[in-house]
Design a protein around this ligand. Structure first.
Ligand code: HEC
Length: 322
């Protein structure tokens, strides 16, 4: 039996027998096989990638953890690591006769200089997406060289030692040393921002917006907020209410004013029709003398009485415009 020092009786002990060892060996082998279920010579850091569109269907925690896996992966040559004929700026090498193959496959100055993102973005505590130690600094602009060598015999511009003008570069002039910054979660925010942008662009033309199913309630919320602002400007306490009946009658806003109630109905229409103040009529009928005046707010241009005790106020007038 293996026991640890100061062991309490309840602590688990591991029987060290021949069969126990074999079992441990089998478990270890099985574990390794599941962790790296690839053939020797075909090692993959990420054996399974999300397919296009799958990001919309997998649960969010799975998506985020997959992002972490991609960020922390140490990419292998088998899955495309390295860029033998391409500079870090994406253009072909200045001298394709010397591809970036071992030992030119990594270069701390002109890159590639890591097997994965978390090689640099890992601080604090090895957290993927974090900042980096000074050893993770990037030499920005040096990636326009094939492979920095500073070899004075090399005269091919941007191959390893001379710049675009044919001048020899030094460690000081080849690049700017830049610190690795932390950007926890910004990929997620970026995707969210793109999704919001796509949604907004989809409704950016007026017709789509006006015909959107929630436009009516958005419009009345907007007008309500504008009225609320007027209260704010006048330093009046806000005491707005909403009224509706189980039968479906309703007004968007009820304001107590001087011991009375002023019901307000809001419609996005350019011409007033009786159905636009049906709720106001129902409210006035119910509350009688307590609600002598109802207000209808629409896009129609004229300030006028539209029914018994019901005044139409154009939105423009309410907002202080035309
Ligand atoms: C060799 C170190 C290193 C590696 C590897 C690395 N980065 Fe960076 N990263 C940096 C440095 C340094 C900066 C800042 C660059 C600058 O200031 O010009 C940076 C900046 C960024 C930024 C910009 C953040 C901002 O707020 O502008 C993003 C995003 C980023 N890296 C993502 C990644 C991803 C994704 C990977 C893997 C595909 C990766 N990085 C691999 C060092 C590295």
């Amino acid at each position: 039996m293996i026991t640890t020092k100061n062991q309490t009786p309840s602590r688990r002990t591991i029987p060290l027998t021949a069969s126990g060892l074999r079992l441990a060996g089998i478990c270890l082998a099985a574990g390794l096989a599941t962790a790296h279920a690839t053939e020797i010579g075909q090692e993959l850091a990420v054996p399974r990638h999300l397919q296009d569109g799958e990001e919309y269907t997998v649960p969010l925690p799975t998506l985020i953890s997959h992002g972490r896996d991609l960020f922390a992966a140490l990419w292998t040559v088998e899955e495309g690591g390295g860029r033998p004929l391409t500079k870090g700026v994406g253009t072909p090498l200045a001298d394709e006769s010397e591809p970036l193959l071992f030992p030119r496959n990594f270069n701390r100055i002109s890159a590639p200089d890591s097997n994965g993102c978390a090689g640099c973005h890992n601080a604090p505590y090895g957290t993927p997406g974090g900042g980096g130690d000074i050893v993770g600094n990037v030499f920005v602009l040096a990636q326009r060289f094939d492979c920095a060598t500073f070899d004075p015999d090399d005269t091919i511009p941007t191959k390893g030692a001379v710049d675009e003008n044919g001048d020899l570069v030094t460690l000081d002039t080849i690049a700017n040393s830049r610190a690795t910054l932390g950007m926890f979660g910004s990929g997620y925010y970026e995707m969210l921002a793109r999704q919001i942008t796509a949604d907004l662009q989809a409704i950016r033309d007026a017709d789509t917006l006006l015909n959107a199913p929630h436009f009516g309630s958005l419009f009345s919320s907007f007008v309500t907020m504008e009225i609320r602002k007027l209260y704010g400007h006048a330093c009046l306490p806000w005491d707005g209410h909403h009224w509706c009946t189980p039968a479906g009658s309703g007004v968007d806003l009820v304001l107590p004013v001087g011991g009375r109630l002023v019901p307000i109905e809001i419609h996005h229409t350019a011409s007033v029709a009786p159905q636009h103040f049906r709720g106001l009529k129902a409210f006035r009928k119910l509350f009688g003398e307590l609600a002598p005046t109802g207000v209808l707010v629409t896009m129609a241009p004229r300030l006028e009485a539209v029914g018994d005790g019901i005044i139409h106020v154009p939105l423009g007038l309410l907002l202080g415009g035309a």
